[in-house]
Structures are given as structure tokens and as C-alpha cells.
Design a protein around this ligand. Structure first.
Ligand SMILES: NC(=O)c1ccc[n+]([C@@H]2O[C@H](COP(=O)([O-])OP(=O)(O)OC[C@H]3O[C@@H](n4cnc5c(N)ncnc54)[C@H](O)[C@@H]3O)[C@@H](O)[C@H]2O)c1
Length: 457
């Protein structure tokens, strides 16, 4: 861990103890976001301990407090008040600077900073997502963001690379970035946890092996969220198999409401909307009320029975039932595999967009009469689906981060049969991982062979 140097700037052009003036200017010009650059000219600086999970504070008298790490690539190098570096201070580079929000016009109108924890932050999906979040495209243009980035020990260097790119992007809303490989540190005070990081399936690895391998990660992360995150943290699990990983995480976090856990099925919803629009010859915003039922696997059920095009039932617009049942449905179930054949890797940009969509659906009110899909706790659902699974269902939100499951959708015999298959699969997956949340006696017998989405393993 590098020693940090702490400085007190007496005036705009003042002296910086321990760091040369030229070094300060260099950092001003090349590293600080515009708003921080402005802050650097506020008359009084003094060093301030800026540990992870602590909010940045304005100094008395309107000064700006700064803790300058010796190297921006040394994330642990946040300085304490006496210049020492303390364990657990993972703020990165320029984001270790604090500022006085009363000196800036815009922050006066901003909301309280939201702390977003992201696992797998050095991966492909995060490489798109983090920049959307920091640009205000997910939580809004008046919402300052703190990013707590979690990587595996193997991706540690890459994580620093991500943080450096975030520095260089000068996002005004991005007020803090911390990086680390310990969930207990990185999840501290998180308002949202986007759990993207997971291990890919190795050669010859059975699906049940993957469930076990990744299940352990999500058990540990659930415990960490329970211990250190905001008690109302919203958790979105992306790493596959995401429904069962979300269940494991939820069961290991007994103090967090179960309704706060989601598994990402929004990418499947978006894919389904696009294919229906294409077939109907309409732009995709005409397609609404799209439900993905069940598991994010090839047993998922994209629901053309209840979906609408320009407010009309899909079946009234697309009269080709054979296409809906035999082409559309498998096309959505296997879209990821087709994409990987073209790209040579799994979907990352469109997954990031769908994560952004999934979050926006929870923080903005759902349009009248519409709904969205999310893998949610199945307890009390009105469709007779087994309790205590994480199952993709139609949901609505008032925009407060919470949701309710939409009741009253028509479940015809065709849908029923397929929804039951996905339910059976999720129950079997649950049996495989019960030991990860303290239940015993589960037999791991997966009924439908390899149903992981191709290319999303
Ligand atoms: N639900 C969906 O719709 C959907 C869609 C696409 C991909 N996925 C899944 O998302 C996951 C990530 O995909 P990607 O393309 O970003 O993969 P990636 O391999 O590019 O990135 C994953 C990152 O996670 C890190 N990681 C591994 N274990 C970790 C741990 N315990 N803690 C923190 N970080 C860890 C890895 O080091 C890597 O940097 C995969 O499981 C993939 O199957 C889900």
C-alpha cells in the first residue's frame, strides 16, 4: 500500500505540503472532473480522511478538503487526517478528492448521492454499464453517483484500468469511485447492488457444477450485503444462472426485504419486443405489455398471449400463430447463442442497456396499463407458481424502487404448460443449492439437460 501525501493549500495559488505545485497542477489539468477543477481554486484546502462508505463533507467556512493519493493507480492510498493510509480506504485517484458542494451552483439542486455497488466491474457488461450510470443515463441528470466496484483478485489490475477510464471521462455526476475485491468492504452502505460478476463455465463443466461454483459467490455476497449494505438496498443479479443466484443471495441476506432482489430478464423482454415489432412491421416502441415468465434460460416463456402492439393483442396483429409458437418463442430463447456466433463473445452492450432499463423501470413510474418483466420473489404470486423461487413475472412500479406483481394476465393452456416447465427447472435448481442457505436434503437432478442460454454461461 503506497503512502499518501496530505496537503494543505493555503490559497488558490498556495502551497501544497508534501506535493509539489507542478504535481498539483498536473493533477488539476489531467485528472480532476470539471467541477472538482473549479473546486481546487477555492481558497482553503486541508487534508481529509476520505474512507469508503463515508460521505464527502464540506469543510467549515466553505473550504475544500482534499486527500491526494501519491499515485492515482493506488486505490488504497487514501489519506487520513494525519497523512497515514488506513486499511479499507479504497477510493480511487481523483475520486479521493472531496469538495465543497456549497461552492457549486449545480450540486445545490442535486439529490443525495446514491451509492451503487457493481460486481464484475472489470467485465464486458460493466464496461458499458458503468459509463451509462456515471453519465446520468440510468438514475437521472440530477443524481450524483458513488461507484463501489468489486472485482475478483484476478481482475484487480483491470479494475484499476476501469477506474482510470472513469477518471478520464470527467463525469460531473460521478462523485466517488472505490475499488476492491472484498464484498464486505465494497458493499458498505450500498443503495443498489448490481451483481454481474460470475465465473464462466469451464470446459467439461456440468451445469450443476456451475450452479455450485457461482452459488458460493452469491452466498458470500448475500451475507456481505446483509452485513454492510443499506438495509433497503435493491439488488439486481445478472451473473448466471441469475434466477438461482438471486435466490441464494436473497436467502443469505435475511435482514434485507426479499422483494428487493431481482434477476435480470429484461434483456429477454427487449429481444422479444424487437422480434414482434419486426414481424408486425412496426417500430418497437409500439410493443408493450411484454412478459418473460420463469427462468433466464431456454425454458423461459416470452408471452405473446398478453403482449400488445399499439394497444391491441399481438394475436390480433400477427395472425400467424404457427410463427408465434414455433419461431418467435425459440428465437427469443436462443437469441444469445446466435449473437455469440456473430460476435465471438456474449452480449455485453445490449445486456448493459437492459440493466439500465430494468433499473429505470423501478425508479420511474410504469406507464399506465403497461408492465415490465423482472425475476422476483414468487411468494404470494397470483398465478399459482411455487412459492420462494426467483421467477420472472410481470411487474409495475410507482418509481420508488419498489414494484408489485401485475395480476389478471390470461394464462392459456399453451402458456401454462411452458411456464410449468420453467417452474420445474427453477425448483430443481433450488434443490441443487439448498445447502448454500442452510437447508439440507436437496437432490441435484436438473430435468431438461443444458438449458443455460448459449453464450451467456
Ligand atoms: N441475465 C442476463 O440477461 C445476462 C446476459 C448476459 C450475460 N449474463 C451473465 O453476466 C455475467 C457477466 O458477463 P460478462 O460478459 O460481463 O463477463 P466477463 O467475463 O466479461 O466479466 C465477468 C467479470 O466478473 C469477475 N468476477 C468473477 N468472479 C467474481 C467475484 N466473485 N466477484 C467479483 N467479480 C468477479 C471476473 O473477473 C470478470 O472480470 C456472466 O455470468 C454472464 O453469463 C447475464
Amino acid at each position: 500500500m503506497a503512502a499518501a501525501k496530505v496537503a494543505t493549500l493555503q490559497s488558490a495559488a498556495g502551497t501544497l505540503a508534501g506535493v509539489s505545485q507542478s504535481k498539483l497542477l498536473d493533477r488539476k489539468i489531467h485528472a480532476a472532473p470539471l467541477n472538482l477543477r473549479r473546486s481546487l481554486f477555492v481558497p482553503s484546502f486541508e487534508a481529509k480522511h476520505n474512507g469508503m462508505g463515508r460521505s464527502k463533507q464540506a469543510t467549515r467556512g466553505g473550504g475544500v478538503r482534499a486527500a491526494l493519493a501519491e499515485s492515482p493507480a493506488k486505490p488504497e492510498a487514501a489519506a487520513s487526517q494525519n497523512g497515514a493510509v488506513s486499511e479499507g480506504d479504497n477510493c480511487f485517484g481523483v475520486f479521493c478528492l472531496t469538495y465543497d458542494p456549497t461552492k457549486e451552483e449545480k450540486p445545490k439542486t442535486w439529490k443525495k448521492t446514491l451509492r451503487i455497488a457493481v460486481s464484475g466491474a472489470a467485465g464486458q457488461i460493466s464496461n458499458h454499464l458503468l459509463f451509462k450510470i456515471a453519465a446520468g443515463e440510468v438514475f437521472g441528470q440530477d443524481q450524483p453517483i458513488a461507484l463501489n466496484l468489486l472485482g475478483s483478485s484476478r481482475s484487480r489490475e483491470a479494475l484499476e484500468g476501469v477506474a482510470m477510464e472513469l477518471e478520464d471521462s470527467l463525469f460531473p455526476l460521478l462523485r466517488e469511485v472505490s475499488i476492491g475485491v472484498e464484498p464486505m468492504q465494497v458493499f458498505r452502505d450500498a443503495d443498489w447492488a448490481l451483481l454481474i460478476g460470475a465465473k464462466p463455465r469451464g470446459p467439461g463443466m456440468e451445469r450443476s457444477d456451475l450452479l455450485e461454483l457461482n452459488g458460493q459467490i452469491f452466498a458470500d455476497q448475500g451475507k456481505a450485503l446483509n452485513a454492510v449494505a443499506n438495509k433497503d438496498v435493491k439488488v439486481l443479479v445478472v451473473g448466471n444462472p441469475c434466477n438461482t443466484n438471486a435466490l441464494i443471495c436473497m436467502e443469505n441476506a435475511p435482514d434485507i426485504p426479499k422483494k428487493n432482489f431481482h434477476a435480470l430478464t429484461r434483456l429477454d423482454e427487449n429481444r422479444a419486443k424487437c422480434q414482434l415489432a419486426l414481424k408486425a412491421g412496426v417500430w418497437y416502441d409500439a410493443v408493450t405489455n411484454m412478459t418473460i415468465w420463469g427462468n433466464h434460460s431456454t425454458t423461459q416463456v416470452p408471452d405473446f398471449v398478453n403482449a400488445k402492439i399499439y394497444g391491441h393483442p399481438v394475436k390480433d396483429v400477427i395472425k400467424d400463430t404457427h410463427w408465434l409458437e414455433n419461431d418467435f418463442t425459440p428465437a427469443i430463447q436462443t437469441r444469445g447463442g446466435k449473437l455469440i456466433k456473430k460476435w465471438g463473445r456474449s452480449s455485453a452492450a445490449s445486456t448493459a442497456v437492459s440493466i439500465a432499463d430494468a433499473i429505470k423501470s423501478l425508479v420511474t413510474p410504469t406507464p399506465e396499463g403497461d408492465w415490465f418483466s423482472s425475476g422476483v420473489w414468487s411468494e404470494g404470486n397470483p398465478y399459482g407458481i411455487a412459492q420462494d423461487l426467483v421467477f420472472s413475472l410481470p411487474c409495475r412500479s410507482e418509481g420508488d424502487g419498489n414494484y408489485e406483481v401485475v395480476s389478471g394476465l390470461e394464462i392459456d393452456a399453451w402458456l401454462r404448460e411452458r411456464i410449468q416447465k420453467s417452474e420445474e427447472e427453477l425448483q430443481a435448481e433450488k434443490n441443487c443449492v439448498k445447502h448454500l442457505f442452510g437447508e439440507f436434503g436437496g437432490v441435484c437432478d436438473l430435468p431438461f439437460g443444458d438449458t443455460l442460454l448459449p453464450g451467456e454461461q
